[in-house]
Design a protein around this ligand. Sequence first.
Ligand code: ADE
Length: 322
Amino acid sequence: MLKVHNYKHTTQINTNTKCPPLDTLNSKSGFVFGKCLGSGSYSTIVEARAKNSGTLYAAKIMNKNHIIKSKKLKYPEVERTALLRLDNHFIVKLASAFQDTENIFFILSYEENGDLFSLIEKNGVLSKQLAQFYAAELLLAIEFIHKNNILHRDIKPENILLDKDMHIKLSDFGSAKILDGNKEDHMNKTESTICDRKNIVSFTGTIEFIPPEILKGNQPEKGTDIWAFGCTIYQMLMGKPLFKDQNDLFTFQKVLNIEYELPSSLDLDAKDIISKIIVEIPEERLGCKKELELKEIKDHTFFKGISWIPLGMKQIQPPISD
Ligand code: ADE
């Protein structure tokens, strides 16, 4: 039987998540599994303490039957490949991966300060300074991912964790795409479920950060992540998603029609950068022009004052007052 410990820590737990009974998990691993940190459509994340070192990790547990039934067989391998390739200050680390007969386990670095979504919820909105700081760290994470020929494809505040010093760690590469891989690469959850508008009802993820070309069933490109980046800037400053309606179907329509408003209370630089990113044609989005790439975004006035090199070395602390 697996021991379940209650560790003392301060991470906020999403009480809506459904976690499997931990005593059914394999106890032969070198970890003692603890409380539930969250769950996605095909995985659950729990605390995992290494028996030999006592180090606390986050274990992403994927049930094999569930993966087979939902035809997501390639997801774990893509996620593992992406995480092993992406060694960066602003991306979660994969410490190890193993499996038993029922489950696949990814042992990830434990990020103790929850996620950006919860931080926004707690504060209502973030200050321009803090939103600028987190957007800049996120941009460096995206730049690194893209330079390594990977698309994240699920960038949103829930997938941006905060480490012990309140720097970001981009997580959940379960929808990633490896661009140098086989052209027959796996269909991701957006492609396989929502390109047909009728399927909107069966879509389980969030569509608020997905650009119109993906909703129409086109292949994702770097512009997919940049669109989500623009939506994330808006959410940090306004405390709510850029595209949101009473249900997914209406939200879907809003995204397709690029129907959004930037309120007069929104900072002028933020308005300008968002309106240059949230445009229909992916290649016309700021930062998506081949020769300029993300430099165009870094040079925008929204990022005035950011020292990119020390920021990338994690030498600048987040502007948070206690
Ligand atoms: N929730 C999801 N992933 C996590 C991680 N790596 N650390 C802490 N909480 C998490």
